[in-house]
Design a binder for this molecule. Structure first.
Ligand SMILES: [Zn+2]
Length: 503
């Protein structure tokens, strides 16, 4: 991730700073970048990520979400209609480049100075349909903020918005219904045996008096995913509508966080989101819906326009802020801080470019040469499929491939017949690497989807299978969680990269 510009908030000026970036982008659009003598590659801006406040500021939209009538950068919903009965379910005209331009023309006309006015009265800033000014980025040839060009951040909207507040409402209700107490829940959060990956984003304990769940986006994600495991024995009524609402939100999150989503699943997730919002509103009529519930409703169409939204969330950029924060802390010099930070950042980039942080895309731990003789006949037969009984093959307990760690004992999705239907999980017994491909020998387990817990329960082993890593139906490594009564896996991502019609 590169640094384009740094500015202090107090000296920030939209056209002065973004105007300069747009000049550079225009050159890339028209002249291009010379990558070899006389050979140019042209490029253009696709979208700009940000949280709602940042994106609205950049797009020329109002930054006042609570009192402004037009608070959405994708459609022309108004505050009054949003707050009316069923207002959230109505369909509003979407913002287009044309509608945006018309507003800018109106703003220009109103702002033209009138000679006869003598007194200068300080007026409120002029805003029409939630637009304040024309964004500098609209000068580009292939980009416009209403194309759309400002994707949502699901970390802010869904995890820290919808989930943090609604999740607390749901828990308050379940505690009221005596399913469990906050003390019991917090105790379980504390003693639960998390996988190494989940341990990093372990849940925060829940404060009974707080209005929302605490924790960063990834911790809230772990929370909704593992909640059924934490309280599975406390579920009094699996038809309870609030519990159904929790499962619905959990399923939506699984789908919208998936790294690949087939077009046919977009309509499905849109229906789930509408069902969720309706149920949430019906169950807690006195707790008004938030603006973020409206943004959430756009997610289906936004996935179609931007692709999987996980790829445009801002949390990756926020982790980049850590570098700047650290650099400020250590420099202890605030004279021309933006210049100091830019220099430090570029030096760091030099280090990265020179290979300082290059990680191999494959790492093996505890490697030994494969000794087929020590395995039983069933495993030997599975290995024979790929003729792996050679001395050149390495066997290891743990392998990191493209940033994902697979360990012996973890689960993998190996086959399926439909969405959440006839999914088969294999438990990794042997990990092999022949210096070209990664192979897994898995113990095939009876697998059953449990709708009232939203997870896959694992049964007895039915045989062995050997697979190449690219034969898996999902690259996700699944930690096998064991409770007193069952073993299960609870994936992070929904299996939605294939058409729903193919089943
Ligand atoms: Zn909208």
């Amino acid at each position: 991730m590169y640094l384009v510009a740094l500015s202090k908030e107090k000296s920030f000026d939209h056209h002065a700073i973004f105007g300069k970036i747009v000049e550079d982008l225009k050159e890339i659009e028209t002249v291009g970048v010379e990558f070899a003598p006389g050979q140019f590659i042209k490029g253009s801006l696709v979208f700009i990520t940000g949280d709602n406040l940042g994106s609205h500021g950049l797009g020329g939209f109002t930054e006042n979400f609570s009192t402004s009538q037009y608070f959405c950068r994708y459609c022309l919903i108004t505050k009054n209609s949003f707050e009316s009965d069923d207002g959230i379910f109505e369909i509003y005209p979407e913002r287009t480049i044309d509608s945006y331009k018309k507003v800018i023309n109106k703003l220009d006309k109103k702002r033209r100075p009138r000679i006869r006015i003598k007194k200068v009265i300080k007026k409120k800033p002029l805003i029409i349909q939630g637009i304040k000014f024309d964004s500098a980025f609209n000068k580009l040839g292939f980009y416009h903020v209403c194309l759309p060009g400002l994707p949502p951040c699901l970390g802010h909207d869904v995890f820290e918005g919808v989930l943090a507040y609604d999740g607390k409402l749901f828990l308050d209700y379940l505690v009221e219904q005596d399913w469990f107490s906050y003390k019991q829940l917090n105790k379980r959060i504390e003693i639960f045996k998390y996988s190494p990956e989940d341990q990093r984003d372990k849940l925060c304990s829940v404060s009974p008096k707080s209005q929302k769940l605490s924790g960063a986006a990834c911790q809230l994600w772990t929370f909704i995913r593992l909640l059924p495991l934490l309280i599975h024995d406390k579920i009094d009524d699996d038809e309870n509508p609030v519990w159904k609402c929790i499962l619905l939100l959990s399923e939506i999150i699984e789908i919208i966080c998936a790294p690949a989503i087939h077009e046919t699943c977009i309509v499905y997730v849109h229906l789930l989101i509408c069902e969720y919002i309706d149920l949430r509103r019906t169950l807690f009529p006195l707790k008004l819906l938030r603006r973020k519930h409206h943004y959430f409703k756009h997610y289906g169409e936004l996935i179609r326009k931007f692709g999987p939204l996980m790829k445009s969330w801002t949390l990756r950029s926020e982790s980049k802020h850590c570098f700047m924060k650290r650099a400020v802390r250590f420099s202890r010099n605030f004279i021309n801080i933006t210049k100091s930070l830019s220099i430090k950042h570029e030096l760091y980039q030099c280090f990265v470019r020179s290979g300082g942080e290059i990680k191999s895309d494959i790492e093996l731990k505890n490697t030994v040469k494969l000794n087929v003789g020590k395995y039983n006949e069933a495993i030997r037969q599975a290995l024979a499929k790929f003729e792996l009984c050679k001395e050149t093959v390495d066997e290891c307990h743990e392998i990191v491939k493209n940033g994902i760690t697979y360990r012996n004992g973890d689960g993998l999705f190996i086959s399926r017949s439909g969405y959440q239907y006839k999914i088969i999980v294999g438990k990794i017994c042997i990990i092999l690497y022949d210096f070209v491909e990664v192979y897994f020998v898995v113990e095939v387990l009876e697998t059953e989807f449990i709708p009232y817990l939203g997870l896959y329960k694992l049964g007895k082993a039915t045989g062995y299978q050997c697979l190449k890593i690219n034969q898996l139906i999902s690259l996700e490594n699944l930690h096998i969680y064991n409770t007193k009564s069952f073993s299960c896996v609870k994936p992070k991502y929904g299996l939605v990269e294939q058409s729903l019609h193919e089943y």
